[in-house]
Write a protein that binds this ligand. Sequence first.
Ligand SMILES: Nc1ncnc2c1ncn2[C@@H]1O[C@H](COP(=O)(O)OP(=O)(O)OP(=O)(O)O)[C@@H](O)[C@H]1O
Ligand SMILES: [Mg+2]
Length: 226
Amino acid sequence: MTKEVLAVRHVTKRFGQGENQVVALQDASMSVRASEVVLIIGPSGSGKSTLLTILGGLQTPTEGEVRLMNEDLQALPQRDLEKLRLDKIGFVLQAYNLVPYLTVADQFKLVDQVKKTPNVAEKPFDRILRRLGIVAMTHRYPDELSGGQKQRVALARALYADPTIILADEPTAALDSERVNEVGQLLAEIAHQQHKAVVVVTHDVRLQEFADRTYEIVDGRLSEKT
Ligand SMILES: Nc1ncnc2c1ncn2[C@@H]1O[C@H](COP(=O)(O)OP(=O)(O)OP(=O)(O)O)[C@@H](O)[C@H]1O
Ligand SMILES: [Mg+2]
C-alpha cells in the first residue's frame, strides 16, 4: 500500500454567526495517497475552495482534523506550517496568484529565491512548459496572457517547486477540451510516475477520466463516488 499523504477527519467549516451562519463544509472526511489523482467534483458554492484551502493549511477548520504527511496542521506552529507549505505543497489557486510585475520566467525564479530545497531541473521543467504550451510566453507579463495561459503558468509554477502534494482549484476552468486533456494527462503522469499526490477540486466533469478516485461535494457534504 502506498503511503497516505493527506488525512481529513470530520472537518466542519462554518462562517459567520446566528442566522447569517453558512456551513461551508459538513463533517467531511477523506484521504489521499501518493501516486493518485483525487478529483473532488461539485457545483459552484458547494465548498470546494473552502475544502482545498483547509487541506493546505490556508484556513483552519471549525471542527475536525487535517493531517498532512502525518503532521496535524492545526497543532503546528505557524513557522513550521509555512515551511511545510513551501516545501511540500504546490498550490494552483482559483485566482492564479501570479505576481503582476514579473514575467513568466521571473515567476519561476522567484520560487528559487523563496524555496531552497531542490526545484525541478531545467530539462524536465522545459518539457512541462512544452506540454503546457507556454514556452513562448516566458518573457510576457501576466496581463499579456489569456486566462487559459495564466492558468497553465500557475500550474507550471506549482509543479516547478517539486511538491509532494499538488492542490489545484479549478485548474481547467479557462481551457478548451484539447488543453483539458493535456493538463489531465500531465497531472496523471506526475502522480503515477513521480508518486505525487494530486488533488483537484472542480466542476469540470471532463477531468473525471484522469482521476483515480472521485469524491462528490454537494452543499458542503463530501462522499466518495464508487
Ligand atoms: N470567508 C467566507 N465568509 C463567509 N462565507 C464564505 C466564505 N468563504 C466561503 N463562504 C461560503 O461558503 C460556501 C462555499 O464556498 P466555496 O468558495 O468553498 O465554494 P466553491 O465550491 O469553491 O464555489 P465556486 O465553484 O464558485 O468556486 C459558499 O456558500 C460561500 O458563500
Ligand atoms: Mg471555488
